[in-house]
Write a protein that binds this ligand. Structure first.
Ligand SMILES: Nc1nc2c(ncn2[C@@H]2O[C@H](COP(=O)(O)OP(=O)(O)O)[C@@H](O)[C@H]2O)c(=O)[nH]1
Ligand SMILES: [Mg+2]
Length: 194
């Protein structure tokens, strides 16, 4: 059973004027491509293929809006990080993301999806920066935790907590093993409740 059985795709935006009406509450998901963002969204919502997963990274170039329930939404932000993406597209994304963060009064929280084996990179620090500027709380999912041995996992979590300080909360997560699922769902519901 899905946590949001009526969740549905609303629209994709390539330009800010295509954003859906800024009412109610929304939670955004961001992450460098291939970090496991689509897998995390699908697992948290318990919906297969809700956000499209891909083995060829860099395809998700738009801001995707989904309705969860009533006027609560999930927003899938584009991620970059692969050389194959051209400079002009990167510049466009940067502008679009900046506009998103500056304009959305309904944004209640950000899930930042980070591959646990890589840790936060430039893209992630940029997201943290923008979130801090608008006082939007951030929760970091350290994904693919199933690929870490138990000791590595706890070291990785401790290192991330130290790096992030009080800029974000952080947890280990695995979409394939459903690890950290209840914690992530609790944070999502907390964000949406305002
Ligand atoms: N082992 C493992 N692989 C994962 C996990 N989450 C995602 N992946 C894999 O990582 C790749 C990228 O995942 P995807 O969700 O499409 O990443 P996105 O580009 O950030 O949306 C895919 O091959 C997934 O199967 C996880 O929790 N564990
Ligand atoms: Mg994806």
């Amino acid at each position: 059973m899905s946590v949001f059985p009526n969740a549905a795709f609303l629209t994709s935006a390539h330009e800010a004027h295509q954003f859906v009406s800024d009412a109610g509450a929304e939670v955004a998901f961001a992450g460098r491509s291939n970090a496991g963002k689509s897998s995390a969204i699908n697992t948290i919502l318990n919906r297969r293929n809700f956000a499209r997963t891909s083995k060829s990274p860099g395809r998700t170039q738009l801001i995707n809006f989904f309705s969860l329930v009533d006027d609560q939404r999930l927003v899938d932000l584009p991620g970059y990080g692969y050389a194959r993406v051209g400079r002009s597209l990167r510049k466009h994304w940067r502008g679009l993301l900046a506009e998103y963060f500056e304009s959305r009064m309904s944004l209640q929280g950000l899930f930042l999806v980070v591959d646990s084996r890589r840790g936060p990179g430039d893209f992630d620090w940029q997201m943290l920066d923008w979130s801090r500027m608008i006082e939007c709380p951030v929760h970091v999912l350290l994904t693919k935790a199933d690929k870490l041995k138990r000791q590595e996992a706890s070291r990785t979590l401790a290192a991330a907590q130290k790096d992030l300080g009080d800029t974000a909360t952080v947890q280990l997560f695995s979409a394939t093993k459903n690890q950290g699922l209840e914690e992530a769902r609790g944070v999502l519901e907390g964000f949406l409740a305002g």
